[in-house]
Design a protein around this ligand. Structure first.
Ligand code: PLP
Length: 368
């Protein structure tokens, strides 16, 4: 049997007719960049996330970068974040002119350890950038408290967590701004790159709107040096269809996760991902922490089971960040997670027989 890590072709079968209709409408209007489909989708996303407004941009990476930019992060100013994330989290800080300052993760959730943040604050700190990794939100209450105490902005990297909740509030709605990615493999993925900034502060959001279009409110008259970072109407048309299914898909991901949890909980070699009390995980990825990770990975590969390591090398150990002065051993939990975790299939269309096969093979590996 072959079980893919993610099979978007199955999703396509379900949404095909609606997507084609949405795409047709965009072509009828021929307004391809920031057209009506985009403004409609922005409104829908704002409502979905429980915020006042949303601004479509070209990618999740740009969503982080533009958020930091409007919070005033400038040359060499520090942004505190997790060393255990996709590269873009720290790359966006860097490309904004700022300096990533890493704080180790909570080994249970893989998200930034909120208790360690305050010690990393200096007089150059401008913002905190918690990442809601894999579909579960970081522990936001203490993060917001420390940010408020020190007058810092908070940008949530919600790229992997659209629809996840923390004490009844959705990802992106708790910080100063929230950054979302619509990369195709995300739980709300487009047919190409795309991203969005969500938030409650209308003045910050309108600053983002200005910056995404070269800093010009009126065409050819530029108040600021901005960017070309806009969401395409075709992407918005696709995403608007998928948004209608998102809660249902998240519920199905949770059902799959519960089955895995039950199977792995009785094993010593595999630890399922715990969910913080009062939070709802959307399982953008289902991550196990496991013994002999690389051997298990090779075994799953041989047995046709899609899997992936997110992420094999922590950000502070990346060659391009050598100048930041961290080295191996700086963030032990992050480094341990990079060696011990593995992602296995959890996408909504995964069939029961396929999931049974995955569980069976994991058990078989450790029984040998
Ligand atoms: C945690 C995290 N942050 C940022 C990004 C960047 O998003 P994008 O690929 O849309 O630029 C991604 C996804 O790729 C991500 O997983």
């Amino acid at each position: 049997m072959e079980v893919k890590l993610l099979d978007l072709a199955r999703q396509w079968k379900v949404i095909k007719d609606e997507v084609k209709k949405g795409v047709d409408e965009v072509f009828e209007e021929c307004s391809f960049v920031l057209g009506r489909a985009v403004s409609r989708f922005e409104e829908e996303m704002a409502e979905f996330c429980g915020v006042g407004g949303a601004v479509g941009v070209a990618s999740g990476t740009d969503a982080i970068l533009l958020s930091l930019r409007v919070l005033g992060v400038e040359r060499e100013e520090e942004v505190i974040t997790s060393p255990y994330s996709f590269f873009a989290t720290a790359g966006a800080i860097w490309n904004c002119g700022g300096r990533p300052v890493f704080v180790d993760i909570d080994p249970a959730t893989y998200n930034i350890d909120a208790d360690l943040i305050e010690a990393a604050i200096t007089d150059r700190t401008r913002a905190i950038l918690p990442v809601h990794l894999y579909g579960q939100m970081a522990d936001m209450d203490p993060i917001l408290a420390v940010a408020e105490k020190h007058g810092l902005g908070v940008v949530e990297d919600a790229a992997q967590s659209v629809g996840a909740e923390y004490k009844g509030k959705r990802a992106g709605s708790l910080g100063t701004l929230g950054a979302i990615s619509f990369f195709p493999s995300k739980n709300l993925g487009g047919a190409g790159d795309g991203g969005m900034i969500v938030g409650r502060d209308e003045s910050l959001l309108s600053e983002v709107r200005l910056l995404r279009g070269h800093g010009a409110k009126n065409r050819y008259f530029h108040e600021k040096v901005g960017f070309n970072s806009r969401l395409d109407s075709l992407q918005a048309a696709v995403l608007a269809v998928k948004l209608r299914y998102l809660d249902e898909w998240s519920a199905t991901r949770r059902e799959h996760a519960a089955l895995y949890d039950a199977a792995f909980r009785e094993m010593d070699e595999v630890a399922p991902p715990p969910v913080l009390e009062g939070c709802s995980h959307i399982y953008n990825q289902y991550i196990i922490r496991c013994r002999r990770r690389d051997e298990l990975k090779a075994f799953l590969d041989r047995n046709g089971i899609g899997n992936a390591i997110y992420y094999p090398l922590s950000l502070h150990e990346q060659e391009c960040f050598r100048s930041l002065g961290y080295g191996a051993g700086a963030f032990p939990e992050s480094e341990r997670a990079a060696k011990e975790t593995l992602s296995i299939p959890v996408y909504p269309e995964l069939l029961p027989a396929e999931q049974e096969y995955v569980i069976g093979k994991v058990k078989e590996f450790y029984a040998r």
